[in-house]
Ligand binder design. Structure first.
Ligand code: GLN
Length: 450
């Protein structure tokens, strides 16, 4: 049924870069066989899922939205992919994304944009716009995203779906094509809070293949999603994430939701995180620095595209021609910024200062979490913007991530939950942040609001 739905609507939405019809049907048949053999299967066995194209799946095209990886089929599964398959989850296909997860609209995909199912003239957010749109268009009930600066939460907000960025180290990055290794984190996406929690439980937990994986028990997310009890929970409204620059409807919706939580028994306090103001600037130095290093591996020798290798050119020339042809404008912009920020003489001024800001942001979180169990804000300052509106203005695009980025700098957990619609019928997101390894608190709040 989901394959039929994809065939019917995806020519309009373009959530998928590739659909693995045969593989999906085989995986589904294998689950049937396990059940017929009397095996006990997990709660999500047989449920279809859309996988962001930044995660390796053996034998299936994996591009990260880039021309430079066109035609590459990984010889191995990412840990997340493997855990999905082991749980009997059926992978329908790979979803569209901004190239190497750089962007907030999915317009930076080398394979054309994804359209927001709520309004086809608007973006679905990014970088995981494909996964979010697949959920909103009922092409899949579950999806996987990755969140480096908001790429799970911002698209969830723009499409009225649930998106969770787990605690850094809570899910494995092994087999995720790296953007910024100290910020990247794969996470579960769904249309309901409980679905998302069930998926969270499947993919989370220690992985020896990822050196930053946490060897700690998975937070009790499913129990929390079933409870939804927020009695006595201290909810901290972050003063700095609101006010000027936020759409009036976004603000009104946010405050109404906070009221609702208070009515349900939560205790609302105001907290201040003064260094969040500098988080965006720090992020846009740290991320390009790490990305410029991570993307050095695309050297025309090991993966995908190779341009100009006709026997007349040097290795360096082939590398340069391949990277020139294979990377899009935003990727080149960030490689240039990153190599500049790391270069001799500038490193301390740029990268070093950004790392100090990162520590200050972490200290803000620590102080705020001493006063509140979770922190809240709108997911984004505005609802989904129009296609084309910000593609030529990187700063306007970056400003989308104001609320989501502090979490990635500190490594804690956060979520976007559906928060109703604007008068124009556009979805809004409610953003919840929790301390390290307290991911279950996100689900408690989400379930209370549902
Ligand atoms: N908008 C952010 C960026 O462009 C999102 C990155 C992400 O989470 N992958 O860097």
């Amino acid at each position: 049924a989901h394959l039929d739905r994809i065939a019917a609507v995806d020519p309009t939405i373009h959530a998928f870069l590739s659909v693995d019809e045969q593989g999906a049907l085989e995986q589904a048949a294998a689950v049937d066989a396990r059940i017929a053999a009397g095996e006990t299967v997990g709660p999500l066995a047989g449920v279809p899922l859309a996988l962001k194209d930044v995660l390796a799946q053996r034998g299936v095209p994996t591009t990260a939205g880039s021309r430079i990886l066109e035609g590459w089929r990984p010889p191995y599964n990412a840990t997340v992919t493997q855990r999905l398959l082991d749980a009997g989850i059926v992978i329908l296909g790979k979803t569209n994304m901004d190239e190497f997860a750089m962007g907030s609209s999915t317009e930076n995909s080398a394979y054309g944009p994804t359209y927001n199912p709520w309004d086809l003239t608007r973006v679905p957010g990014g970088s995981g716009g494909g996964s979010a749109a697949a959920l909103a268009a009922f092409e899949a009930p579950l999806a996987i995203g990755t969140d480096t600066g908001g790429s799970i939460r911002q698209p969830a907000g723009f499409t009225g779906t649930v998106g969770i960025k787990p605690t850094y180290g809570g899910t494995s990055r092994f087999g995720q094509i790296a953007l910024a290794s100290s910020l990247d984190q794969p996470g579960p996406c769904g249309r309901t809070v409980l679905d998302t929690a069930l998926l969270h439980e499947v993919i989370a937990g220690y992985d020896p293949m990822d050196q930053t994986s946490l060897d700690a028990p998975v937070p009790p997310v499913v129990r929390a999603a079933r409870s939804g009890d927020v009695t006595g929970l201290r909810i901290g409204v972050v003063r700095e994430l609101g006010g000027e620059g936020y759409a009036p409807e976004v603000e009104a919706n946010f405050h109404a939701t906070v009221e609702m939580l208070a009515d349900l028994g939560a205790e609302v306090v105001e907290v201040s995180c003064p260094n969040f103001e500098y988080a965006l600037a720090a992020y846009y130095l740290i991320l390009p620095s790490e990305a410029s290093s991570n993307l050095a591996r695309f050297d025309a020798m090991r993966y995908g595209l190779r341009v100009g290798d006709d026997g007349t050119r040097s290795t360096e020339q082939v590398m340069a021609l391949t990277r020139e042809a294979g990377f899009g404008a935003e990727v080149k912009r960030r490689i240039i910024i990153g190599t500049y920020a790391l270069s001799a003489g500038y490193r301390d001024a740029y990268y070093g200062s950004a790392q100090k800001v990162r520590t200050l942001v972490q200290q803000d979180f620590a102080a705020a979490f001493a006063q509140a169990d979770v922190l809240v804000s709108p997911t984004t300052p505005t609802p989904a913007f129009r296609m084309g509106e910000r593609v030529d203005d990187p700063m306007a695009m970056y400003l989308n991530d104001l609320c989501t980025i502090p979490t990635n700098l500190a490594g804690n957990a956060a979520a976007s939950f559906p928060s109703g619609l604007t008068t124009d019928g556009l979805p809004l997101g409610f953003h919840v942040m929790a301390p390290h390894l307290a991911d279950d608190r996100l689900y408690r709040v989400g379930a209370a609001l549902e």
